[in-house]
Design a protein around this ligand. Structure first.
Ligand SMILES: [Zn+2]
Length: 81
């Protein structure tokens, strides 16, 4: 058994970026997997034919972080300089 303290939760919370987009219908999701950094696939029913890394039951895509807008990033750099 592992006891998770409030302090543990506070430490992990600080590592989560502020701009994570919520996944609608999280409560229905039963399987989530990824083969690409920043891109998760999920479905309401689990499949284990290839340990989850399959396209059975048409998994949906979830990108928890918005793609960085290169123009916006450049503008911010210019504002700093
Ligand atoms: Zn499958």
């Amino acid at each position: 058994m592992h006891f998770i303290t409030d302090e543990d939760i506070n430490i992990w919370s600080m590592e989560i970026p502020d701009n994570v987009l919520p996944l609608p219908g999280t409560i229905k999701v039963h399987q989530m997997f990824t083969e690409e950094k920043g891109v998760l696939k999920y479905r309401d029913l689990s499949c284990f034919c290839r340990r989850g890394f399959c396209s059975c039951m048409d998994p949906k895509e979830y990108r928890p972080l918005k793609p960085v807008d290169k123009n916006q990033a450049l503008m911010n750099v210019n504002q700093i300089l």
